[in-house]
Design a binder for this molecule. Structure first.
Ligand code: FMN
Length: 207
């Protein structure tokens, strides 16, 4: 698939066919991740793949938010007013567990920490975190070019503690998100994607 087509095609998908992704394709997608720019030249990224469903259940310590009203309350508490954004949350919140459990491939990406992530002293303290997100976007675009789609979820603190206890990763590595990938189910409801006119976002010479 041509690059711009992959960019246009990529969407966040939270419902998957019950189908594994071949090892070759997973390696190709992750290799694209490893081509991303990196702050210190070293690409200190590791990937834990959890495809055994029993093991995956052990790793996942979260629930779907199935109540419409709870979702409304959460959005109100965040002051969300955009109807497309609220529509997205209504689609996403009931699937936070099931999208990770049901994906053809669950990847836990890790980056090497230099300093405690949540006590940055300046922007460059966040370089490792920024770099792995470049890697993650490469992964999502490479996946799209293979007809594979997915979702990233930012873990809550208790999920991170649970993952640490379950997979026993080194203390100096941190997980920025889960990456769930798979072949999308047919005829699923997708949120309306915000279409932004580039002319509205370019400022020439000054804001
Ligand atoms: C940093 C980041 C965090 C995200 N966190 C979540 C999440 O916790 N749960 C979820 O279902 N989707 C999550 N997403 C996916 C977004 O909801 C999605 O990208 C957005 O709604 C735009 O939709 P699109 O990807 O289909 O264009 C996240 C995406 C990013 C980039």
């Amino acid at each position: 698939m041509e690059f711009y087509e992959a960019v246009e095609t990529r969407r966040t998908i939270r419902e998957f066919e019950d189908k594994l992704i071949s090892e070759d394709i997973v390696k190709r997608i992750l290799s694209a991740g490893l081509k991303a720019p990196t702050n210190n030249h070293l690409r200190e990224w590791e990937f834990v793949i959890v495809n055994d469903k029993k093991e995956r259940l052990k790793v996942l310590n979260l629930k779907d938010m199935t109540s419409y009203d709870d979702c409304e309350k959460m959005m109100d508490s965040y002051g969300m007013t955009d109807s497309d954004q609220r529509g997205m949350y209504h689609i996403a919140m009931p699937k936070q567990f099931s999208m990770l459990y049901g994906a053809g491939c669950l990847i836990l990406p890790f980056f090497k920490l230099r300093d405690p992530l949540l006590q940055p002293s300046c922007l460059s303290s966040l370089n490792e975190f920024a770099s792995i997100w470049c890697c993650i976007e490469n992964i999502l675009l490479a996946a799209a070019s293979e007809g594979i789609f997915g979702v990233t979820r930012i873990p809550m603190e208790e999920e991170l503690i649970h993952i640490k206890n379950t997979i026993n990763h080194p203390d100096n590595y941190a997980m920025p998100c889960y990456i769930a990938l798979g072949y999308p189910k047919q005829n699923i409801k997708l949120p309306v994607q915000k279409v932004i006119n580039i002319e509205d976002r370019i400022h020439l010479n000054s804001w």
